[in-house]
Design a protein around this ligand. Structure first.
Ligand code: NAD
Ligand code: LMR
Length: 314
């Protein structure tokens, strides 16, 4: 039995992500939690003839039932950006939402893999970790910040610029998930780039989210591409933990010591039956990429400290 719980399942990401998870034959039970509308989403998805049973849960009093027995918890709950906002501007609202959901996970699904999509990811992952620590159930192998959309975007943008098939264009993206903390390793693609191309592609990957926020013009941020990325990430975890396939890797934001003094960092991670099997060391970086990493570190440290302090301040 493989139960996947989606927290924030009625939202812009939550609905298409739940659809893609319902289409995954490795999932046998899909628990859709939100503060509104999940019975309707669940009824709709439940007519699809794939193995997963689907149930909607609404409101805090149903969080326990939504989480109990979960193998994977995916969290896209919270507010999205509007034009002119940074992801950190979402902190005041989303930190509390994520803290509450993490408390539920600590109590009712302490062994689940937790995949955090809610922004600002650089801070919400430390928030979840601190809540789990307070309950004595933190396992760094089981907590992930989902940065897969950066990987998906990077391969699309590089293939568009240099030719080749996007799915075969692998671009590791390190660091975190906001602006300068996003560090694409374009030197790993095998392509050669002029300095102008490097600068333009790096900027596009770092600020890809802003492109969508601007185009949606007040109606939110990336939802469909994020659902695709989130479903890919969940599937990789399922393949490693349920079908026990080896050698599965994703770039993801996890507790890490690859960069001294930066407690959470996105890099290539190999999955195993218990979640993180191996955090890969930093790949060889070009001088351009080393500069990007140097610029990312102070902001990343601030974002992490802000999340940790939020949980421990009271
Ligand atoms: P949305 O507003 O469309 O949906 C959010 C959902 O969360 C809503 O259905 C809302 O009812 C629900 N929600 C609010 N409070 C809740 C609570 N306490 N418990 C459970 N559910 C609650 O927003 P969206 O476009 O789906 O984006 C959701 C989050 O994902 C945002 O924070 C956004 O910035 C983030 N995001 C992250 C990435 C990434 O790469 N990690 C990509 C895109 C968006
Ligand atoms: C993204 O990268 O698309 C998300 O983090 C949403 C956003 O606010 O840009």
């Amino acid at each position: 039995m493989v139960k996947v719980s989606v927290l924030g399942a009625a939202g812009g990401i939550g609905q298409p992500l739940s659809l893609l998870l319902k289409a995954n034959p490795l999932v046998t039970e899909l628990a859709l939690f939100d503060i509104v509308n999940t019975p309707g989403v669940a009824a709709d998805l439940s007519h699809i003839n794939t193995p997963a049973t689907v149930k909607g849960y609404v409101g805090n009093e149903q969080l326990e039932a939504a989480l109990t027995g979960s193998h994977i918890i995916v969290i896209p709950a919270g507010v999205p950006r509007k034009p002119g906002m940074t992801r950190d501007d979402l902190f005041n609202i989303n930190a509390g939402i994520v803290k509450n959901l993490a408390t539920g996970a600590a109590k009712w699904a302490p062994k689940a893999f937790i995949c955090v999509i809610s922004n600002p990811v650089n801070s919400t992952v430390p928030i979840v970790a601190e809540v789990l620590k307070q309950h004595g159930v933190f396992d760094p192998k089981r907590l992930f910040g989902v940065t897969t959309l950066d990987i998906v975007r990077a391969s699309t943008f590089v293939a568009e610029a240099k030719g080749g098939k996007a799915p075969n264009t692998i671009v590791p993206v390190l660091g975190g998930h906001s602006g300068v903390t996003i560090v694409p390793v374009l030197s790993a693609t095998g392509h050669t780039f002029s300095q102008e191309e490097l600068d333009a592609l790096t900027k596009r990957i770092q600020y890809g989210g802003d492109e969508v926020v601007k185009a949606k013009d007040g109606a939110g941020s990336a939802t469909l591409s994020m659902a695709f990325a989130g479903a890919r990430f969940a599937n990789s975890l399922l393949e490693a933990s349920v079908t026990k396939k080896t050698g599965i890797t994703e770039c993801t934001y996890v507790k890490s010591d690859v960069v001294p003094g930066v407690e959470y960092f996105a890099t290539v991670v190999e999955f195993g039956v218990n979640g993180v099997h191996k955090v890969h060391p930093l790949p060889t970086l070009s001088a351009h990429e080393q500069k990007l990493l140097d610029a990312a570190i102070p902001e990343l440290k601030n974002n992490i400290a802000k999340g940790i302090e939020f949980v421990n301040k009271a």
